[in-house]
Design a protein around this ligand. Structure first.
Ligand SMILES: C[S@@+](CC[C@H](N)C(=O)[O-])C[C@H]1O[C@@H](n2cnc3c(N)ncnc32)[C@H](O)[C@@H]1O
Length: 264
């Protein structure tokens, strides 16, 4: 029987992890070819709107801080942090993304410790870090993001900070389209059923999760965090570069990214 290749369907944690690993291993090289120039080899870009940590200062002074980067991809953020005097450790589920991270280190001459790990089972001791950060890493791709929040809380010291960027939840209601079609609401904001793509054998090959604003805050607070701020970067004038569904057309009308600042 032929399978639908795209669906909104529940998926357990193991199937979601397999899909994420498969997807990011297959896509890592293409992702870096497409976005590597925008992200830089040693730069901290929070989102497709182009907000840079060097300008935004969301992390404060990172010098000497032990920083964990979740779902680091090619780890350009960690290399930027290392150059600011921080002590970053970067991890990712995808071996191919970590190969891209090693290539980035060779290109720019700054390397950071890299670990292959799942964000739902962090191989780090309690209180090992002062700061946990991610720009779109791991969080949208795990089935149990409440557990991820608890893991982040566990590996931070008391007072440690967790700062992460994810797709703004209101984007869930639109088609994944940077143009006019992406301006029409077609899905319910309240439907948390994951978006799943399947390969030709009906095996899940990509899954993305949605949490409403309230869900996300409850996950954070439930894990023991205090929410300090929520940044919704505006699309800057003169920035014309598309990133998937992120475009100037949509960015001028509604937010594409949410950056949560929390501490334990
Ligand atoms: C959109 S990329 C973001 C990478 C990087 N922060 C950037 O800005 O390019 C998402 C990353 O999350 C990673 N990821 C997905 N699920 C994960 C999981 N369960 N644990 C750790 N990393 C995961 C992927 O392998 C991928 O490298």
């Amino acid at each position: 029987m032929p399978h639908d290749r795209v669906a909104r369907r529940s998926l357990d944690s193991a199937a979601t992890r397999r899909a994420a690993r498969h997807w990011w291993d297959s896509d890592a090289d293409a992702y870096q070819r497409e976005h590597g120039g925008f992200l830089g080899d040693a730069d901290f870009v929070w989102c497709p709107e182009g907000l840079r940590e060097a300008d935004a200062g969301l992390l404060g002074d990172v010098s000497g801080r032990r920083v964990l980067e979740l779902g680091c991809g090619a780890a350009s953020c960690s290399r930027w942090l290392a150059r600011q005097g921080a002590r970053p450790v970067a991890f990712d589920l995808s071996a191919r993304m970590l190969a891209q991270a090693r290539a980035g280190a060779r290109r720019c001459g700054t390397s950071v410790p890299l670990v292959q790990a799942d964000a739902l089972a962090l191989p780090f001791a309690d209180g090992a870090f002062d700061l946990a950060v991610t720009a779109f890493g791991a969080i949208p791709f795990v089935a149990d993001s409440a557990r991820l929040m608890r893991e982040a809380h566990r590996v931070l010291v008391p007072g440690g900070r967790f700062v992460f960027a994810v797709t703004h939840p209101m984007r869930w209601i639109f088609l994944d389209d940077p143009g006019e079609r992406g301006l029409v609401a077609v899905h319910s904001y309240f439907d948390r059923t994951p978006y799943v793509e399947y390969d030709e054998h009906g095996v899940p090959s990509y899954a993305e999760q949605h949490r409403t604003l309230g869900d996300r805050i409850r996950e954070l607070v439930g894990a023991g965090f205090v929410l300090d701020d929520l940044i919704e970067p505006e699309w800057p004038d003169g920035h014309e570069q598309l990133w998937g569904q992120w475009s100037p057309l949509r960015g001028r009308l509604f937010p594409g990214t949410a950056i949560y600042l929390a501490h334990r």
